[in-house]
Write a protein that binds this ligand. Structure first.
Ligand code: SAH
Ligand code: SF4
Length: 357
């Protein structure tokens, strides 16, 4: 038996093609997307404005499958963390962070991550596989269904959970299409953010393909230090990365800026000199800097910079005219803070083993 097609994998264009192949008109796409994304009805039989024949066909050839939620934990500060099963004993994590004027959902794009940044818990777990568009987009639906009863909502979606979104381009782009599409989630381009550690060729493609916001995990102002913290820097050093940033900033119709993420590691990347070097690197770039206090996890020896050091670092950047903010750590008691998302990953890279030796 051939496998049923999970329609969560299809963006609007793909659905148009799908219905055309079934001999149906394009308006079926609108009808179906309304059922799924607006009315949150996932049973074809209940989609009564589709003909009986089409409903039967859909039930035979297609499905709307969700991954299973394994657990849901609430932190005292309102943060919610979900653990979601992705088959074969793999689990990914997703986090909702409520704030006064918005609600941010931090979603995962891969089961683990192969890039092995030395300060990142996900990196320590190794990598199993890419998530499909369906597995990405249903994270948003799962959170939406949960929030419906709480009066809270998702205003922003960030690819800052597990995985490197720019190593799973096609699935991430289709998911972005759906996040921006008025027939699906209808978020504005400023409210959807891809965070990347700097996969340069993919960033060049992304600049043209999806008009979403971009965050770059920089973490160090020199190649010497970045090679250690973010190993992919050895392949795509800072100069190439900044060129790709320039391409992104000049693509598209609207004015763009980039959020540069910088994890604050005590005695590693947090001195006055580092701040000066960072300011120099970002001079003239349409940038905002987000300083992230390092969140610890058991396998790591790094420590977080003191609040005073972070403030001094921030002041150096301010004095050079660089917009900077410090991210407040949220959801720590349920291990939902940045870089603490570990999931359970059947590592295929054997990196986790190598590290243990
Ligand atoms: N792979 C992508 C997106 C996921 S990581 C990327 O690297 O951008 C999301 C953010 O959390 C990144 O900026 C990452 O550097 C940061 N992060 C990772 N580990 C962290 C930790 N232990 N403490 C604080 N931030 C961390
Ligand atoms: Fe992967 Fe991002 Fe973690 Fe680096 S920081 S290991 S790229 S998830």
């Amino acid at each position: 038996m051939t496998q049923k097609l999970n329609l969560f994998n299809l963006n609007q264009n793909d659905l148009n093609e799908f219905f055309a192949k079934l001999g149906e008109k394009p308006f079926r796409t609108q009808q179906l997307m309304k059922w799924i994304y607006k009315d949150q009805v996932f049973d074809f039989e209940q989609m009564l404005n589709l003909s009986k024949k089409l409903r039967d066909t859909l039930s035979t050839v297609a499905c709307l499958d969700f991954p299973a939620v394994v657990s849901k934990n609430h932190a005292l500060d309102g943060v919610v963390k979900w653990v979601i099963a992705m088959g074969n004993d793999n689990h990914i994590e997703m986090v909702y962070i409520p704030e006064k004027d918005r609600g941010t959902l931090c979603i995962s794009s891969q089961v683990g991550c192969a890039l092995a940044c030395t300060f990142c818990s996900t990196g320590y777990q190794g990598f199993n596989r890419n998530l499909s568009t369906a597995e990405i987009i249903t994270q948003v639906l799962i959170a939406n269904l949960h929030l419906k009863t709480t009066g809270k909502r998702i205003s922003n979606v960030v690819f800052m959970g597990m995985g490197e979104p720019m190593l799973n381009e096609e699935a991430v782009y289709s998911a972005c299409d759906l996040l921006l599409d008025d027939l699906a989630f209808g978020l504005s381009r400023r409210k959807v953010t891809i965070s990347s550690s700097g996969v340069v060729p993919a960033l060049l493609r992304m600049s043209e393909r999806v008009p979403v916001s971009l965050a770059i995990s920089l973490h160090a102002p020199t190649d010497e230090l970045r090679d250690i913290l973010v190993p992919i820097n050895k392949k795509y050093p800072i100069k190439a990365l900044m060129k790709a940033c320039d391409v992104y900033l000049n693509a598209g119709q609207q004015e763009r800026h980039i959020l540069f993420e910088y994890v604050m590691l005590k005695g590693v990347n947090d001195t006055n000199e580092h701040a000066q070097q960072l300011a120099k690197l970002l001079k003239g770039v349409s940038a905002k800097v987000n300083l992230i206090p390092f969140n610890s996890f058991s396998q790591s020896d790094y420590q977080v910079s003191s609040a005073k050091t972070i403030e001094q670092f921030q002041n150096v950047l301010f004095s050079q005219g660089i917009r900077t903010m410090t991210r407040r750590t949220r959801g720590e008691e349920v291990a939902a803070a940045c870089g603490q998302l570990a999931g359970t990953i059947k590592d295929k890279t054997r990196r986790a083993d190598a590290r243990r030796r």
